[in-house]
Design a protein around this ligand. Structure first.
Ligand code: MG
Ligand code: MG
Length: 270
């Protein structure tokens, strides 16, 4: 069952989402060769708690850490460890926070130092595909319209769209209805209505869309071991249109990236 949020609840969700946005922004300055994903995880946990929230993933379905840390060929759900990142790596960081009983859930794939041009393109296309999908999250459309748009855009670039993992409704639970696949058919699936909040999160593989899972029961990686990228935003339908609750502005400030990609999805008074 889809849980519609009141305007007041959406404001609480914005608060949770922004804590995650700021956490990712803090991490953006720390992602560099030599740092370990466990060190970044500890920084994130402290930061989230200092902002009056609880790490959203820690203990959720028994996940052991604050961040999902998925380098290179790992798609999602990687577990932080003590292996240092090296120049040329990419690292997908997925982060959750719980405050006022509502979750934020938000992800970004970072470059570690200089990365190969083809890897940079994978990151750029995946981030762009996120907004292609968000644009379709509006009154009059359905779940399949978002998935169709992301899949078409992604496959036109020759990349693989992961099937087994999907976006989702978000609220008092991390994973609510509806599921939000990054593939689909126009006009299919649940209808969007005012007050829906979802996490849209394309997971894009440079090669095959197929995946494997490690024996740790968590880590998802590409079947061909080519790189994979993951970007995620929390989005509400307000006045019939998609409105971002999360933002990459803190990340982009830290990285010196100038973009207007979020402008059309910002709240009127934000
Ligand atoms: Mg996430
Ligand atoms: Mg999610």
């Amino acid at each position: 069952m889809i849980k519609i949020k009141t305007p007041e609840e959406i404001e609480l969700m914005r608060e949770s989402a922004l804590i995650v946005s700021k956490t990712l922004g803090m991490l953006a300055a720390e992602v560099k060769p030599g740092v370990t994903t466990l060190q970044l995880d500890a920084l994130a946990e402290t930061f989230i708690r200092d902002h009056g929230a609880i790490p959203g993933f820690l203990g959720l379905y028994d996940f052991p850490n604050t961040l999902c840390m998925s380098p290179n060929e790992q798609v999602v759900h990687g577990i932080p460890n003590d292996t240092p990142l090296v120049e040329g790596d990419i690292i997908s960081i997925d982060c959750g926070a719980l405050k006022n009983e509502f979750y934020g859930d938000h992800a970004y794939t970072f470059a570690v130092g200089e990365i190969a041009p083809e890897t940079k393109k994978l990151l750029d296309v995946t981030r762009a595909s996120l907004y292609v999908g968000i644009k379709e999250f509006k009154i009059g459309n359905r779940v399949g319209d978002v998935g169709y748009a992301i899949q078409k855009f992604t496959e036109e670039h020759g990349y693989g769209v992961v099937r087994e993992l999907v976006g989702h409704g978000l609220g008092r639970k991390m994973h609510e209805d509806p599921e939000m696949p990054n593939y689909g058919k126009r006009g299919r699936g649940k209808k969007f209505v005012e007050g829906m909040v979802v996490a849209i999160e394309p997971m894009t593989n440079m090669g095959t869309h197929r995946i494997n899972q490690l024996k740790d029961g968590w880590t998802i990686l590409t079947a061909d071991r080519k790189p994979s990228a993951h970007f995620e935003h929390d989005v509400a339908i307000v006045n019939g249109k998609p409105e971002l609750l999360s933002t990459f502005k803190y990340v982009h400030e830290a990285l010196g990236i100038i973009t207007n990609e979020e402008d059309e999805f910002r709240a009127v008074n934000n």
